[in-house]
Design a binder for this molecule. Structure first.
Ligand SMILES: *Cc1c(COP(=O)(O)O)cnc(C)c1O
Length: 468
């Protein structure tokens, strides 16, 4: 096989630039990206020829050079972050963006951020305002706290609280609450970063009030409670509640801080979900400072919300770290809109996607699954489609043991393998992420709203993903 002839067969740059198909691309894309694509694809072709054993394959590949260049130019110009369809049934999916925000809120927020807004401008008095002002009163009204603010996420909130209230001093925490949340967020490490010294008390399964009493010294700046949101210790256990810690803290003149993690504002047990301590309850019991995530059970944008006594919140607002951890205007807008829905619980349950997904009755999910399965069958795809019961999870480190009865559409491909189908679903324009259980591809319809189901059906047909 004459490789040098094959190499000579690779079109030169000027020949490529004269190609009509390339010239068409130049109308849409810049010369720079076009040249980059030509260079990359030509190099790839040269490498292919170098390792190729069959002349025919090399010639075929050379013939595909222009389409490959076109594909690469398009890839360079396509944003990488894309919408996906979540068929996993995990509502707060950490890898899929955690809490979806309501489209209505995003449209309103888009109007605010695509122009100017009163983010830090007090319209009544005509001078500088505070970015927290838009939701501080609302948070206080909803939770009963005196003051509130928000930072980038709850990890940042914990760091800021400790840095503001306990830097250079000691903070007492139960050994049963030294949690690691996903993404390497560990309470002991955050504590170290904040400049506070961790004092561990009790054991993994049992901590008593006396343990705290003995640990408090002149150096103690705060008592910290961490809600073990992502795991449960069951059996022979005991922990000390906020209500018991308050009198001790009062006597010593130090604050009690509670990191709630999930931060739910409605009592979910009324909807058949395991009781998760609410933010209001923590404040009512007397916690001085409480923090929680904006994009877990609250169902809003990524944020770390801090509420509590005004004297402490004021110290945090003045901390230099706040400037580095502050939320942007997009978050401020989305957070205010999300919190507004909580003025009416009924409205919150209906309009906040996370809450409506969690509480959607299994029979409604079944109706959705039946409709989707019918639609797929009508398309005559080479697959057997059936509706089967399954269980959804909350995810995001919230309510780890909770399983919600749900329904899934199982797709059994007839002409390709399950791993093959799974990969093809991932490569669609709007990728579909299924749950694969026992070598079966399931789409748990609890996390697939109607519009996504319609889109998924269209993609399964047009993307020819089930064809051999
Ligand atoms: C999730 C969680 C965090 C971290 O919150 P992010 O918003 O993800 O930064 C901190 N503490 C607890 C108890 C949590 O559950």
């Amino acid at each position: 096989m004459d490789k040098s002839r094959l190499y000579r067969g690779i079109p030169k740059v000027d020949v490529l630039l004269a190609d009509k198909r390339i010239q068409e691309l130049e109308e849409t894309y810049s010369r720079e990206t076009l040249m980059e694509a030509i260079r990359t694809e030509t190099d790839a072709l040269r490498a292919f020829i170098g390792s190729c054993e069959e002349e025919e394959a090399a010639v075929r590949q050379t013939g595909l050079l222009v389409p490959h260049i076109a594909k690469r130019v398009q890839a360079i110009n396509t944003p990488n972050m894309r919408k996906v369809i979540n068929g996993t049934g995990t509502i707060l999916h950490t890898n899929l963006g955690r809490a979806p925000i309501s489209p209505e809120h995003m449209q309103r927020a888009a109007r605010l951020v695509s122009g100017y807004s009163n983010l830090e401008y007090n319209l009544e008095e005509g001078h500088r305002g505070e970015r927290y002002s838009h939701f501080e009163k609302l948070l206080c009204r909803l939770t009963g706290a005196e003051a509130a603010m928000a930072v980038n996420n709850n990890a940042a909130a914990v760091m800021l609280i400790l840095s503001s209230l306990a830097k250079g001093g000691e903070v007492v925490v139960s050994r049963g609450e030294l949690v690691e949340i996903g993404g390497k967020f560990r309470i002991p490490d955050v504590m170290e970063q904040s400049g506070a010294t961790l004092v561990e008390v009790g054991t993994t399964n049992k901590t008593h009030l006396a343990d705290y009493e003995e640990a408090v010294t002149e150096e103690t700046k705060a008592l910290l409670k961490v809600h073990t949101s992502n795991y449960r210790i069951v059996g022979f256990t005991e922990s000390v509640g906020i209500d018991e810690l308050i009198p001790l803290a009062k006597e010593k003149g130090i604050p009690v801080i509670e990191d709630l993690g999930s931060g739910v504002l409605v009592d979910l047990s009324r909807y058949g979900i395991t009781y998760e301590p609410t933010v209001q309850e923590s404040i009512r019991k007397g916690a001085d400072v409480v923090c929680f995530s904006g994009d877990k059970l609250l169902g809003g944008p990524q944020a770390g919300i801090i509420i509590g006594k005004k004297e402490y919140i004021d110290r945090m607002k003045k901390n230099q770290l706040t400037r580095a951890l502050r939320i942007d205007k997009f978050t401020a807008a989305a957070l205010e809109l999300t919190l507004h829905e909580y003025l009416s619980e009924e409205q919150a349950m209906r309009k906040i996607p996370v809450l409506s997904m969690i509480t959607m009755p299994a029979q409604d999910v079944k109706r959705r699954a039946d409709a989707f399965a019918r639609r797929l069958r009508r398309l005559g795809l080479p697959a057997r489609v059936e509706v089967q019961p399954c269980q959804s999870q909350i995810g995001g480190g919230s309510l780890p043991l909770e399983r919600i009865d749900s329904y899934a559409v199982a797709i059994h491909p007839e002409k390709i393998s399950v791993p093959e189908l799974e990969e093809r679903l991932r490569r669609l324009d709007v990728p579909i992420i299924p749950r694969t259980v026992n070598d079966t591809i399931l789409l748990d319809m609890r996390t697939v709203p109607e519009e996504d189901a319609a889109l998924a059906a269209r993609e399964l047909k047009e993307g020819e993903v089930l064809e051999p």
